[in-house]
Ligand binder design. Structure first.
Ligand code: ATP
Ligand code: MG
Length: 429
């Protein structure tokens, strides 16, 4: 077994604000006892703490300090580190590449390509590696899409002469989070996440997601920059990475923290009592350098999700970023409509008011003060946004190339009747 495979400790590297290469920030150890409980421990390096420009990996859970931090949550991987690790898709790619059925959490940190979300990196050497210079390019997208298809179908990867080239491409497929097939690619502007359509998708996901980002923008949301690219006869969505900035000397990297980490929650449904926009806005107001902008922005995102029946708005689909010293809400991403059957009650993934997860105007308004909005302001936002969603979704979808047939399939997601149902609070308590 190689030392990487059996490692229980690693170094954590960080790209400091304004810089384009790593410095060593901390040491992270992960151990599992006989009962199967994993504990993670993190200690900042002394020389890192002595730096004048040192920044914390996580401003709440891992403040700059010489103490040993310890956690058993998230299988011992601190939220900020877990946010830098691959999710369902990236893990599937790593497993396929390594030919192993299972890998440890430490393996996932160490085996994933360094295109991960945020400013962190991981390795066994105290000296950080040189920054990654070679990324897959937009012109590789066709091959990457083929690879993604093969991974989804669990097909064998090419052998012989082509194998090395495929391994190369695959190594750069991505360690970004999420479950959908994706790859990171570069062009002259910088880095993009390519989200591929799956052959078994019910509608053209790339174009529908693009349309939602545009609809969100009309509703006043700050959404990620995106464009559609067509590969062969299939569409893919390209999302400009908001955690990377191309410069002449390389890429600057923003630190990134998911809402899951901010809420100190597990990613299991059993921990759902912590999944809440109301708790999230409290954390946001504490950490954001612009709470008066970010808290109402989060309110708009929550309302938008309710109006497009986005029931997949889980806590990894919200994040904070720190391109420099200050933390702010990241642009909105992963906005997907879900044409559910129920016309009376649809739920978001997070609690959004006194009536729990109910995607309903009255519920959304119930805690508006925490989003730094007066009741009449919150009401005006909802009225205005609902009008836009109702009147504009179809036109925008068509403009973005969603077919009429696909529009029919997603139509019931928008401004569903239960959104305005006036139901006594007690009925849903
Ligand atoms: N434009 C962006 N710039 C930087 N990071 C991003 C961007 N968009 C998404 N991310 C990061 O990549 C992850 C995966 O993206 P996304 O949520 O769109 O994928 P997904 O596979 O649809 O996710 P899910 O599993 O929630 O359906 C996000 O959780 C976020 O950390
Ligand atoms: Mg997602």
């Amino acid at each position: 077994m190689s030392s990487r495979e059996s490692a229980t400790e690693c170094y954590v590297y960080i790209t400091l604000p304004g810089e384009t290469s790593f410095v060593t920030a901390a040491r992270f150890a992960l151990t599992t006892n006989r009962q199967g409980v994993s504990t993670g421990r993190l200690v900042y390096g002394r020389s890192y703490l002595e730096r004048e420009n040192a920044v914390p990996i996580d401003p709440v859970e891992l403040e700059l300090s010489s103490r040993t931090f310890s956690t058993t949550r998230l299988r011992g991987v601190f939220g900020a580190l877990r946010d830098a690790a691959p999710d369902a898709w990236g893990r599937r790619v790593i497993k396929k590449r390594s030919g192993k059925a299972e890998l440890s959490e430490m393996n996932y940190l160490l085996f994933s390509p360094d295109d991960r979300a945020g400013a962190l990196g991981f390795g066994l050497d105290q000296e950080p590696p040189a920054p990654l210079r070679k990324f897959n390019q937009t012109m590789d997208l066709e091959r990457l899409q083929e690879l993604a298809d093969a991974i989804i179908a669990d097909e064998d990867l090419p052998q012989g002469a082509e194998a090395a080239q495929v391994q190369d491409l695959m190594f750069g497929v991505t360690s970004m989070g999420g479950a959908r097939p994706k790859a990171v690619v570069e062009d002259t502007e910088g880095l993009w996440i390519a989200k591929f359509n799956r052959k078994d998708d019910s509608w053209n996901e790339a174009r529908v997601e693009r349309a939602m980002l545009e609809l969100g923008r009309e509703c006043g949301l700050h959404t990620a920059e995106s464009r559609i690219t067509t590969i062969g006869n299939r569409d893919a969505l390209l999302l400009k990475r908001f955690d990377r900035q191309k410069t002449d000397s390389g890429y600057r990297r923003a630190r990134m923290l998911s809402a899951l980490s901010l809420l100190r929650a597990e990613d299991t449904y059993q921990d759902r009592d912590k999944w809440s926009y109301v708790f999230l806005v409290e954390e946001l107001r504490r950490i954001s350098s612009q709470p008066k902008i970010d808290a109402p922005e989060l309110f708009r995102r929550m309302c938008f999700n309710a109006m497009i029946s986005n029931s997949d708005d889980h806590p990894r689909n919200h994040a904070l970023i720190a391109p420099n010293l200050d933390w702010t809400l990241s642009p909105a991403y992963d906005l997907t409509p879900d044409p559910l059957i129920n016309e009376e009650r649809r739920d978001l993934a997070l609690d959004c008011g006194d009536m729990g997860r109910y995607a309903n105007a009255r519920n959304l308004l119930s805690q508006s003060a925490r989003f730094l909005l007066k009741p009449e302001e919150a009401k005006a936002i909802i009225d205005e946004m609902e009008e836009i969603v109702r009147n504009r979704w179809y036109e925008i979808a068509r403009r973005e190339g969603v077919t009429d047939k696909d529009c029919e399939k997603i139509a019931r997601a928008f401004a569903y009747p239960g959104f305005r149902l006036d139901i006594a609070e007690t009925a849903y308590a």
